[in-house]
Design a binder for this molecule. Structure first.
Ligand code: ZN
Length: 297
C-alpha cells in the first residue's frame, strides 16, 4: 500500500511539475486555426506541435463543417466503428461524431487546447466557394461565431488554408470567413492571419497564387513562404523528426481512407501573409517561424 502511495505521489508531483513548466512557458504565441474539415489541420501538424511543446504557446481550432461528407473512402473503418459508413445516410448520422473524436485524438497529439465546432453542412463538392457561402452554410452564424472567438481568444495568429483556386470550395470559404472576421477587428488589435499549404501537393497552383479572384482580401505579400520543415531532426542522434507528428495525426483519422495514403510523405509546412494584415505582419510571421524552427525542445 505504501509503495502504491509513493507511486501516486510521484505521478502527482511529475504531473504538477509539467503543469508548472507549461505555465512558465505559457507566454508563448496563441493561435486560432480555422479549417473546413476534420483532418485539414494536419497541414500545420508540426508547426502546431512546436508552438505548443517548444514555445509554450496555445492552439485552438474552429472547425467550419460537421464532417459528414467524408464518407466515400471510409471502407476500412467500417469494421472499427461497426457502421456502414460508406452509405451516405449512415454517414450523415454517425460520421460527424466519429470525425470529431478523430480530430480531438489527433489534436491532443499536436497539443490543441480548445475545439470549436461550427457545424456547417459538409455538402457541395465544388470549387465555387461563393455558392457555399451564399446557399450551403449559414455564413452569418459562422461569422458571428468567429467574431466571438477572436474577441475572446486574444490570438496572436490565425492559420488558414491558402485559398488556391483548384481546391475544395469549403477550404476557400473557411479562409474567406476567417479573413473577413479578422478584418472586422480594430486595426492594431488584430491577430496576424496567414495562409498555409504543405509542400508536395498542387505545388504549381500554390507557386502561382497571388489572390483568389473576386476576393481581394485574400491577396498575399510575395515575402516568404515562412516555413517549418517536418524533416527537422530531433531526439537521440537526431534520428527522429516531425513527420512522426503528422503521421500520428493521420493515423487517428481511421475514417479517412485517402488521408491515410499521405502517411510517410515528407513535407514542408509553408505560410504566407495576407496583405490585409499590413506590412508589420511580415516581420511578426518571420519571427514566429524562426522561433518555431530554432527554439530548444
Ligand atoms: Zn478538407
Amino acid at each position: 500500500m505504501r509503495t502504491l502511495f509513493t507511486i501516486c505521489l510521484f505521478l502527482a508531483s511529475s504531473v504538477f511539475e509539467r503543469v508548472a513548466t507549461a505555465q512558465a512557458l505559457g507566454d508563448g504565441p496563441s493561435v486560432l486555426v480555422v479549417t473546413a474539415h476534420p483532418d485539414d489541420e494536419i497541414m500545420f501538424a508540426a508547426t502546431m506541435y512546436r508552438i505548443t511543446h517548444a514555445l509554450g504557446g496555445t492552439v485552438d481550432i474552429a472547425l467550419m463543417t460537421d464532417g459528414a461528407g467524408g464518407y466515400r473512402f471510409s471502407t476500412l473503418s467500417e469494421s472499427i466503428y461497426g457502421r456502414e459508413l460508406t452509405d451516405p445516410d449512415v454517414a450523415r448520422n454517425y460520421l460527424p461524431a466519429i470525425r470529431k473524436r478523430e480530430l480531438m485524438a489527433g489534436g491532443a497529439i499536436a497539443g490543441i487546447r480548445n475545439f470549436y465546432f461550427l457545424e456547417q453542412p459538409d455538402l457541395g463538392k465544388t470549387e465555387d466557394q461563393d455558392s457555399i457561402l451564399a446557399y450551403v452554410w449559414d455564413s452569418e452564424f459562422a461569422a458571428g461565431r468567429l467574431d466571438h472567438l477572436l474577441a475572446q481568444g486574444e490570438y496572436d495568429f490565425v492559420f488558414t488554408h491558402l485559398p488556391i483556386k483548384p481546391f475544395h470550395s469549403h477550404h476557400k470559404a473557411a479562409t474567406i470567413l476567417a479573413i473577413e472576421a479578422v478584418s472586422r477587428m480594430p486595426f492594431g488589435n488584430r491577430p496576424v492571419i496567414l495562409g498555409s499549404f504543405t509542400s508536395g501537393g498542387l505545388d504549381d497552383a500554390v507557386a502561382a497564387y497571388r489572390e483568389l479572384e473576386g476576393h481581394p482580401a485574400t491577396k498575399i505579400y510575395l515575402d516568404g513562404p515562412f516555413v517549418f520543415d517536418r524533416s527537422t531532426p530531433l531526439g537521440l542522434d537526431g534520428r527522429l523528426n516531425y513527420n512522426i507528428i503528422a503521421n500520428w495525426m493521420i493515423a487517428e483519422y481511421k475514417s479517412q481512407g485517402t488521408m491515410q495514403l499521405f502517411m510517410g510523405n515528407e513535407g514542408v509546412e509553408r505560410f504566407w501573409v495576407y496583405e490585409m494584415n499590413g506590412r508589420d505582419a511580415v516581420g511578426k510571421t518571420d519571427a514566429l517561424m524562426e522561433q518555431v524552427r530554432t527554439a530548444p525542445f
